[in-house]
Design a protein around this ligand. Structure first.
Ligand SMILES: [Zn+2]
Ligand SMILES: [Zn+2]
Length: 439
């Protein structure tokens, strides 16, 4: 390993205590998406303490700092800011009920730790390109009510942090992104390089309007919105045989408002639904069938219906292309057990990293260091080195290797990457949902 590479790993080891304290502070103070005000402030302070000029409040709470002035090939070291609504977790923030049970605080440690190493002047000088340390808001798609309110107020247009940042041009100066996550599959390995393909999704909010009447004396005078929703969900279930196994379609719904009093015919019912699939075409096909089903319920009962579709996330594609530079990542991992993800495995959950993957190469890796399940009360960090320190080393060494030697490896990654959408096409897709005629 060359001297500067050793210096990168050494710097992170020397500052490990500081990095762990930062991560643990974030861990105990999780905040909802687009409301990560305190988290963003802490990230900003850390980046400023490294001598970086920081831009704040990007897409409400995002924080971005460039290593150098000027351009050149730029790699973004990304950390997500938001927590998960899981109030029963032992480290849930009492103020918000949110917890970091998706491990996004580990990503922030990776990003800050890589900034600690890459801001060492000799290291920065040896890179022929730029690095953006980028804390991004709202990866989880929860708190829909608040998001809808923000959309109505024009504070955001799309539902996720990365989508908003793409829209606002904050990824225009980024050529490659690098992301970390805790393991999303059971594995014997400490580090998995790359990322599995994931489903994309469309978020749906369906409002049924009926007519209230006494449930016993005059139900014939009412229009039962709950019956309309119930029929629609049955119709939706009948669509399932038309979904191909290979498309991993998932359609799941809840009735978030189902009536107010049992002796009143429900006149307002709200169904929330997510339509997920492995490809955009399968997603759009399943969404069309879902809309038909929801309309059928309204038609049969004579209820009014309004369907609001919101663009969720795009699928992660090219799982095999998302592996960081193997040699650098393995060198950073030292004696830890490292493997590549099995690109044949598909993850039916969704992430807005999928949106980025359509526009630019994304280098991804996952680490262990926790027990229990993501998004669950039993989630707990068990190995601070694996969860907080090692991800920083892998991120820093990979970025350094991509940008040294006239950014040879970064150029290779960019040449090899098949761009799926231009930014213009991406925005047209997203706006297609927003501009559609509301029924
Ligand atoms: Zn999550
Ligand atoms: Zn996550």
């Amino acid at each position: 390993m060359e001297e500067l590479e050793q210096r990168i790993l050494q710097t992170i080891d020397e500052r490990a205590g500081e990095l762990i304290a930062f991560a643990e502070d974030i861990y105990g103070h999780a905040e909802p998406g687009f409301q990560e005000v305190q988290t963003a402030e802490k990230v900003s302070r850390m980046l400023q303490s490294l001598g970086l000029t920081v831009r704040e409040k990007l897409a409400v709470t995002g924080v971005k700092a460039k290593l150098k002035q000027g351009g050149g090939i730029t790699i973004a070291a990304i950390g997500e800011l938001d927590g998960v609504n899981c109030p029963s977790h032992i480290h849930a923030n009492p103020a918000s009920g949110y917890s970091h049970t998706c491990g996004h605080h580990c990503q922030l440690a990776a990003m800050i730790g890589s900034a600690m190493a890459l801001t060492v002047p000799e290291v920065a000088e040896a890179m022929d390109g730029n690095v953006a340390f980028f804390a991004v808001p709202s990866e989880e798609y929860n708190d829909l009510e608040h998001k809808s309110w923000m959309m109505q107020k024009g504070i955001i247009r799309y539902g996720s942090g990365k989508s908003e940042l793409i829209r606002l041009g904050e990824f225009d100066d980024i050529n490659i992104s690098m992301v970390h996550h805790l393991h999303m599959v059971d594995t014997y390995y400490d580090v998995l390089l790359g990322m599995n393909s994931t489903n994309g999704f469309i978020m749906k909010l369906v409002n049924y309007t009926g007519k209230a009447a006494h449930g016993a004396i005059a139900p014939h005078k009412g229009i039962n919105a709950l019956n309309a929703a119930s029929l629609a969900l049955s119709a939706l279930a009948y669509q399932r045989e038309t979904f191909k196994e290979s498309d991993y379609v998932r359609v799941h719904a809840i009735i978030s408002e189902g009536g107010r009093m049992v002796n009143v015919v429900p006149d307002h019912v709200v169904v929330e639904c997510q339509v997920r699939a492995k490809t955009m075409s399968a997603m759009l096909d399943a969404n069309h069938k879902a809309n038909r089903s929801f309309e059928a319920g309204a038609h049969a009962i004579g209820a009014g219906i309004q369907i609001n579709d919101m663009p969720g996330y795009l699928p992660v594609l090219d799982a095999g292309n998302s592996r960081p530079l193997d040699a650098a990542a393995r060198a950073a991992a030292g004696g830890k057990k490292v493997s590549a993800i099995d690109p044949a495995l598909h993850n039916p959950a969704s992430t807005d990293v999928g949106d980025l993957c359509h526009l630019m190469p994304v280098l991804a890796f996952t680490t262990g260091g926790f027990k229990g399940s993501l998004h669950s009360a039993d989630f707990e960090i068990t190995d601070k080195y694996l969860a907080y320190v090692l991800p920083a080393k892998i991120m820093a060494l990979t970025i350094f290797n991509a940008l040294k030697n006239s950014a040879f490896e970064a150029r290779r990654i960019m040449d090899f990457y098949p761009q799926h959408l231009t930014k213009k096409e991406y925005l047209e897709y997203m706006d297609g949902f927003i501009n559609q005629d509301k029924k």
